[in-house]
Design a protein around this ligand. Structure first.
Ligand code: DON
Length: 307
């Protein structure tokens, strides 16, 4: 792997600065109010060296990128076998907010779609955990990956929760199959808060580097999750992280990644590097347009494609 230098990161940002295609996510009203021209990239090596360019300190909500980390926390708490019994590992080939449950069992197809992510959230702390305590475990877990105390963007949280009819429908369906326990409304609230955790591109690169470093946060040396957990998470990110664009992503970028509707993309290559991009305009799959362009460049220039 060739190590990137700051000038290089500036250069790849300016090479895609002119791209204005795509649209802001507007199903969460607060997300439609952001500056669409924000653009950032950050790369963090497994020894903790961080390189970034552009708006890498601008905050945005983590959204679906949280799904990979809460999956890791659920695996760490309950073990791989127990979690796989509840949530599958097969790509759905469908948009993130489809029901995508296995016929008969009601088991969500994977943890990166909303059905699987709601189930993952519900697993944290076990069935008797108080919902606020569960969210706090999630917040602390993600903060350990980032080596920084993360907090909630309350405006985005309220904005999404007020209109969370589809996720409520999914959670109620999961409850009807017995896939989740407790009150579905609590699970939707906790999951929505999880998605509203505020991060920067710099934070995401650090979180990615913790995955690339086998679960050990490079700066603190803290083991956040075990290596078998990381292996499971990166494998599922590889096949399901970019939803119905997973095949296109695999062929063009070729490293495990996860996107979010606020415009972040996080990628990690085991033993090598964690990286993140941020640009809020999205394609039809809900993935950042300029983020994908940047990741293609990074993959090509740094030799990140696993093939
Ligand atoms: O569940 C939702 O609708 C969002 N809070 C998260 C969706 C998301 O980020 C999908 N990713 N591209």
């Amino acid at each position: 792997m060739k190590t990137p230098v700051p000038d290089y990161l500036e250069e790849i940002l300016s090479s895609c600065a002119h791209e204005t295609s795509g649209a802001l996510a507007d199903y969460i009203p607060e997300l439609a109010n952001v500056d669409p021209d924000q653009l950032a990239v950050a790369v963090c090596t497994t020894n903790g060296s961080l390189y970034c360019a552009g708006d890498a300190d601008n905050a945005f909500t983590i959204q679906s990128i949280s799904k990979a980390f809460v999956y890791a926390l659920a695996l760490q708490e309950h073990g791989v076998d127990a979690v796989v019994k509840r949530i599958g590992v097969e790509p759905s080939g469908e948009p993130f907010n489809e029901l995508s449950l296995e016929a008969g069992s009601g088991r969500p197809l994977n943890p990166m779609i909303n059905a699987g992510a709601l189930t993952c959230h519900a697993l944290i702390g076990g069935p008797d955990c108080d919902p606020d305590e569960r969210f706090e475990k999630v917040r602390q877990g993600l903060s350990a990956f980032a080596d920084r105390e993360l907090d909630v963007d309350e405006a985005v949280f309220e904005s999404e929760l007020a209109d969370a009819y589809r996720n409520s429908a999914i959670a109620n369906m999961l409850r009807s199959y017995g896939v989740i326990d407790g009150d579905p409304a609590d699970v939707v609230r906790g999951y929505t808060r999880q998605c509203s955790l505020r991060v920067t591109t710099r934070d995401l690169a650090r979180m990615a580097a913790t995955l690339a470093h086998g679960g050990v946060q490079p700066a603190t040396g803290e083991r956040v999750v075990d290596t078998d957990v990381v292996r499971q998470v990166l494998s599922v990110m590889m096949t399901c992280g970019m939803y119905d664009a997973a095949g296109d992503w695999m062929t063009s970028c070729g490293f495990p990644a996860k996107s979010g509707v606020s415009g972040g993309i996080l990628g990690a290559l085991s033993g090598q590097v964690g990286l993140a991009t941020f640009s809020p305009r999205l394609d039809d799959h809900g993935n950042s347009v300029r983020g994908i362009t940047l990741c293609r460049r990074l993959s090509r220039d740094m030799g990140l494609h696993i093939m």
